[in-house]
Design a protein around this ligand. Structure first.
Ligand code: HEC
Length: 189
């Protein structure tokens, strides 16, 4: 009986480890099944990416008075980091999520410090190395592009990445449209 219990405990532990490994890794296959519709529509991941995915980097935005008023936190899968470190390129199915947060600042014991407060939305990019949706306006330049407001995580209001995203990403064109210099975790070890 003891052995049986021990075995069952082991099975549960293995199952739990598998689930969390999947959630943390979010393989290419899962991305194409879950985050992209047959028509090329883009969806947020079901995974708790804020908990399970590594942060590539953060940006602080300041108002006219120099105070930090916003923070952007960029997440991706661990497997994307591994692939980028090995090849210097984003692999097919790489997902980058930029979370937009408001921020507040105050004089703390460390000095003037700012911290993130409410989420206002997410910008999502999915790497497509196969040009899967040549006619869909959310896809092009090797990526799928979409924005989601915090009030509606299920439907993206983005209609055209060329009109709504691309222009602002031109300065990062040479780095595959991504501001990757701000993501030191991508550098080779
Ligand atoms: C007003 C200019 C602007 C627009 C419009 C814009 N972006 Fe960006 N985006 C940036 C800048 C600048 C960064 C990096 C610095 C920052 O976040 O402040 C960035 C970063 C990102 C990131 C994090 C990865 C990276 O490139 O560093 C994602 C993902 C992203 N944008 C997706 C989108 C999508 C999708 C759209 C359209 C729906 C879009 N962006 C529209 C300027 C813009």
């Amino acid at each position: 009986m003891k052995i049986l219990n021990a075995l069952m405990g082991l099975a549960v532990a293995v199952a739990a480890a598998t689930v969390s490994a999947n959630a943390a890794d979010y393989t290419t296959e899962m991305v194409w099944q879950e985050m992209v519709g047959k028509d090329g529509s883009i969806h947020m991941p079901k995974a708790d990416f804020r908990r399970d995915w590594p942060v590539l980097g953060t940006w602080a935005l300041t108002g006219d008075d120099g105070k930090v008023t916003g923070q952007h936190v960029v997440y991706s899968q661990r497997s994307t980091i591994d692939a980028f470190r090995a090849t210097g390129e984003f692999p097919d199915g790489a997902v980058l999520i930029k979370e937009l947060l408001l921020a507040q600042s105050a004089s703390l014991t460390t000095g003037e410090a700012a911290w993130a407060t409410e989420i206002s939305g997410w910008f999502v990019m999915i790497k497509d190395r196969k040009n899967r949706f040549p006619k869909n306006q959310l896809w092009g330049k090797g990526w799928g592009w979409a924005y989601f407001g915090a009030e509606d995580k299920t439907t993206s209001p983005t209609k055209s990445f060329r009109a709504e995203c691309m222009g602002c990403h031109v300065p990062a064109k040479k780095e595959d449209w991504i501001y990757s210099y701000a993501y030191p975790v991508l550098a080779k070890k």
